[in-house]
Design a protein around this ligand. Structure first.
Ligand SMILES: NC(=O)c1ccc[n+]([C@@H]2O[C@H](COP(=O)([O-])OP(=O)(O)OC[C@H]3O[C@@H](n4cnc5c(N)ncnc54)[C@H](O)[C@@H]3O)[C@@H](O)[C@H]2O)c1
Ligand SMILES: O=C(O)C(=O)C[C@@H](O)[C@H](O)[C@H](O)COP(=O)(O)O
Ligand SMILES: [Zn+2]
Length: 369
């Protein structure tokens, strides 16, 4: 097992990474600040898909605790006011007190929702992350962004609320669908683009091993991703500056996700896929500005395609792109701010108001009709 630390002074916490470590949940899940063990009362938030594989092993590991399981529907629509409220009502009717713990067992949807519940119930209870998708292991379980969606946009209600511990069992990835593995790889590629050109090259060289779920390759990708994210979060916990880089591709990506969710289509675009396309649009925008060589754009596109991710945007009206992106949380004084790569391994936060250029970048990345 390997352990990293997210260094946030009194909110610091460990990320444990290893194969089969779910069995050790009773000892690994503890509160590092109070030097205390996992509380007696534990509220496990999960969904039926994940529960079918991993709930029993977790219950066995935590046999000495009072475990209450709350299952939400599988899919992005669980990140809603409705399921947030239902979970809180259940906590209350169970008589759980402030010394309980919320444990997220699942992907990013379960983690984001569980974290916001933990941040809100009785103004905050202990929170533990057991991420079971690659995306959640490399990204959403680390850093403390918790949220639910509104009809108008992604993650518009939430809190920064750090977990006490993140337990990453790489064996959970054996049951993951190929599509979800690819979604996780999109966020892994993101780290290479924003922060680490060598890691990007390593990903290019290890495509086959990662897609074949080679444990050594996946463990390295998870570790390096968590290291990069932990370092950025430690520097800028509440996204006042550098943390915004973790949003590469997300201004465009969240617009795509929201456009489809508003049509009640939760299946066509998953988060990692929308982010993949968003990263291509951001790269093309920089190419059009003459600030990123075509070769870099091609490398980004090729790597995403190798990971079986989409690189073409759906056709949306420019007015709809504008309206959706205007709700992005990075908007300042009415100006949309994008994360734009200046090289592979480097990116910047920039206001960009030249809509003809943005439109060109989007159109250049659209599906051909
Ligand atoms: N908080 C953050 O920093 C952050 C970062 C990135 C993404 N996110 C959010 O995360 C969400 C996406 O997360 P996701 O990609 O994990 O999606 P998800 O949680 O919907 O999981 C994807 C699918 O995999 C299934 N699944 C989960 N673990 C499994 C396993 N081990 N075996 C088999 N099936 C399994 C789920 O039931 C689901 O059907 C989005 O809402 C996104 O906004 C948050
Ligand atoms: O941790 C962060 O910071 C990120 O931006 C990580 C993103 O991958 C993630 O999708 C996050 O939820 C997006 O945050 P938001 O603030 O744009 O809603
Ligand atoms: Zn993301």
């Amino acid at each position: 097992m390997q352990t990293l630390l997210v260094g946030l002074n009194e909110r610091s916490y460990p990320i444990h990474i290893g194969a089969g470590i779910l069995d050790q949940a009773a000892t690994l899940l503890h509160n590092p600040h109070q030097h205390s063990a996992l509380p007696k009362q534990v509220f496990v938030l999960t969904n039926a898909t994940v529960a079918a594989h991993y709930l029993q092993p977790l219950q066995r590991a935590l046999a000495a605790h009072q475990i209450e399981v709350f299952e939400v529907p599988d899919g992005e629509h669980a990140k809603s006011m409705e399921w947030f409220e239902q979970a809180l009502e259940r906590l209350c009717s169970l008589g759980f007190n402030r010394d309980c713990a919320v444990v997220a067992l699942g992907g990013g949807v379960v983690g984001d929702l569980a974290g916001f519940i933990a941040a809100s119930y009785q103004r905050g209870v202990d929170f533990y992350q057991i991420p079971t998708t690659l995306l959640a292991q490399v990204d959403s379980s680390v850093g403390g962004k918790t949220a639910i969606n509104l009809q108008g946009g992604k993650n518009l209600v939430g809190a920064f609320y750090q977990p006490q511990t993140v337990l990453i069992d790489t064996q959970c990835l054996t049951t993951l669908a190929n599509r979800e593995l690819s979604c996780g790889l999109a966020e892994v590629v993101k780290y290479g683009i924003i922060a680490d050109a060598d890691f990007f090259s390593w990903l290019e060289q290890n495509q086959a091993a990662l897609l074949a779920r080679d444990t050594t390759a996946l463990t390295y990708a998870i570790r390096r991703s968590c290291e990069i994210k932990a370092e950025i979060v430690a520097e800028d916990e509440r996204e006042q500056g550098r943390r915004a880089l973790l949003n590469l591709g997300h201004t465009f990506g969240h617009a795509i996700e929201t456009a489809f969710h508003q049509r009640n289509d939760h299946h066509s675009w998953h988060h990692g896929e929308a982010v993949a396309v968003g990263m291509v649009i951001a790269a093309r925008l920089m190419q059009l500005k003459g600030e990123l060589p075509q070769q870099a754009v091609e490398r980004i596109e090729q790597l995403l395609q190798a990971f079986k991710l989409p690189t073409r945007a759906p056709k949306l009206d420019l007015a709809q792109w504008q309206q959706l992106m205007q709700r992005d949380k990075k908007v300042k004084a009415g100006q949309i701010r994008f994360i734009l790569p200046t090289a592979i391994g480097q990116a910047e936060v920039r206001s960009e108001s030249d809509w003809s250029l943005i439109a060109q970048a989007i159109h250049a990345s659209e599906v051909e009709s």
